[in-house]
Design a protein around this ligand. Structure first.
Ligand code: N01
Length: 500
């Protein structure tokens, strides 16, 4: 048996494309991307709710070596981000590498041969020497099991599955939740609907976004002088890292950031009782901070009502809250987020001796070495794996840092003989995760609040508890000493030999 490809990538969202781009730009051609949908883009293809935009500035929320001087505004909207991704894929001739509508159901490591057998729902079996998972942590929508939901006569849908066939214009609509998605939906639909009820469980910290359009002149300038693009990126990066410093324990920075957010609330919401309801009651940064210039002013509108009473149940006509009020509704939008910390994949990942990755993670919480490789699952790497998320900066940076490391891993495999595989040592993984746990001490995330960062057992499996700068330092050099080097029993000739 021969390995069909050197590298297999699951997912053609930002993570999978970071990987594909780096492989392609390094001159490697033997890779395949399995994508269950029929277009690239992942979360930026799926999330099409009104107002969907990035809350990290576009010059930084983009690939380092595919900079775009044409962004129309600082915080671009979903269609522009999706177009950018499609453009990058076309320009770099990545489309021929993508197998669309290939829904990977199982990836099994074949110990004898030292490669992965990837099986999709469509019945294709493909072998790859190294498998990269870029499935993303925010693709399992969470809809709470409210009693009576099945009796509700109106329409309802999750923010990530917006029903485009339903016009909310002139309707009585409720949005449940006030997270990153909801605070973009609320100001966008408020002027269209007859009445908007916002059901808030926990008030969020909302920071100013200072969004602005890029003029034709500034776009021309960025195009003509690429060093300005790099400078712009660097400035945004440093400013975000400064905010991150506050989150990891520098209290003065955090207090200043909290002060600015509260000042914004005071300026933008006139009614003191309303302001009180919108004032957060936990340390800033513990949940993901939100950025918006138009969220708070929406509550000054006559047709918008903020409800903080607990949702008791759905009724055929609407929602009954704990104060006994029945809110009459035509439609409900669930801005209730995703199941992220209890990491799960639709794909079954089977490692050495039939070990099941998700089953193990369900038992002890998701863990990896450097957030990237997992003991017992050789030649497998996760892009945006456990504890690689951020609350303050662009996750694309984290993906690229991981991919630098993975490229060194791949290079090592190429240099050291066909069929060889690497399995990270269990004690290295354990020691890394113990150090990680220590690093959470003194951060805002250790202050205790409910968020999607934390799993059912209260363990933070999603965030990296330091700055991107620290992650870069930690990932700079691939150290083979952290891995067992295994020569499989059967030598596998590669169909597509690697370049020298
Ligand atoms: O979800 P969330 P999201 N009853 O988990 C509430 C990314 N993103 O989809 O705070 C009542 O943040 C819940 O209340 P509480 C980004 O990383 C990025 O908005 O738990 N309410 C909360 O208010 C983001 O962090 C962009 O008390 C319930 C809300 O629902 C992540 O996606 C844009 C409830 C969920 O908020 C998730 O954001 C959009 C219940 N039973 C999203 N259960 C960018 O721009 C939950 N809630 C990059």
């Amino acid at each position: 048996m021969e390995a069909d490809f050197q590298v297999g990538i699951v997912g053609a969202g930002f993570a999978g494309l970071v990987a594909a781009l780096r492989l392609k730009k390094s001159g490697r051609d033997s890779f395949v991307i399995f994508e269950r949908a029929s277009e690239v883009g992942g979360t930026w293809r799926d999330n099409i709710y009104p107002g969907c935009a990035c809350d990290i500035a576009s010059p930084l929320y983009s690939f380092a070596d595919e900079q775009n001087p044409e962004w129309s505004q600082l915080y671009s909207e979903q269609p522009e981000i999706l177009d950018y991704l499609k453009g990058v894929v076309s320009r770099n001739k990545l489309y021929p590498h993508i197998r669309f509508q290939s829904d990977v159901v199982e990836a099994r490591f074949l110990e004898e041969e030292g490669c992965w057998l990837v099986r999709d729902r469509q019945g294709n079996n493909t072998t790859v020497r190294m498998l990269l998972l870029g499935m993303g942590p925010l693709n399992r929508p969470y809809i709470p099991a409210f009693p009576g939901l099945e009796e509700f006569k109106g329409n309802y849908f999750h923010s990530s599955a917006w029903d485009t066939s339903y016009d909310v214009g002139g309707k009585k609509v409720a949005v449940i939740g006030t997270g990153a998605s909801a605070i973009q939906i609320i100001p966008t639909i408020a002027p269209e609907v007859a009445h908007l009820t916002v059901l808030q469980r926990t008030p969020a910290w909302v920071a100013p976004r200072y969004d602005r359009k890029f003029s034709r002149f500034s776009r021309w300038l960025l195009k003509k002088a690429p060093f300005l693009q790099r400078l712009q990126r660097e400035v945004i990066y440093r400013a975000n890292e400064l905010i991150g410093l506050g989150f990891i324990g520098h209290k003065i920075i955090n207090r200043l950031f909290a002060y600015l957010s509260l000042r914004k609330l005071r300026k933008e919401v006139k009614d003191p009782a309303l302001r009180e309801k919108l004032t957060p009651n936990y340390i800033i940064g513990c949940k993901r901070i939100l950025r918006s210039d138009n969220y708070y002013p929406t509550f000054n509108r006559q047709n918008v009502k903020l409800v903080t009473d607990r949702i008791e149940r759905f009724t055929p006509e609407g929602i009954l809250t704990a104060d006994g009020t029945e809110h009459q509704l035509d439609a409900v939008v669930f801005g209730t987020g995703f199941i992220a910390a209890d990491i799960d994949f639709y794909t079954k990942i089977l490692g050495r001796n039939g070990r099941n990755l998700v089953a193990e993670w369900k038992e002890k919480g998701a863990e990896a070495f450097l957030g990237t490789t997992v003991s017992g699952f050789p030649n497998l790497a996760l892009i945006l794996g456990p504890n690689t998320g951020l609350g303050h900066n662009s996750v694309v940076l984290m993906m690229e840092v991981q991919m630098n490391y993975i490229m060194q891993y791949i290079h090592y495999l190429e240099k050291n003989g066909k069929g060889l595989y690497l399995d990270v040592k269990e004690q290295e993984q354990l020691a890394y995760n113990e150090r990680l746990l220590e690093k959470f001490k003194g951060t805002v995330w250790a202050s205790g609040c409910r968020s999607w960062y934390v799993n059912k057992e209260g363990k933070n499996t999603t965030l990296y508890p330091r700055l991107v700068t620290a992650f870069k330092r930690q990932m700079r050099k691939f150290d083979p000493a952290a891995y067992h080097l295994v020569q499989p029993r059967v030598n596998v000739p590669d169909k597509n030999p690697v370049k020298a």
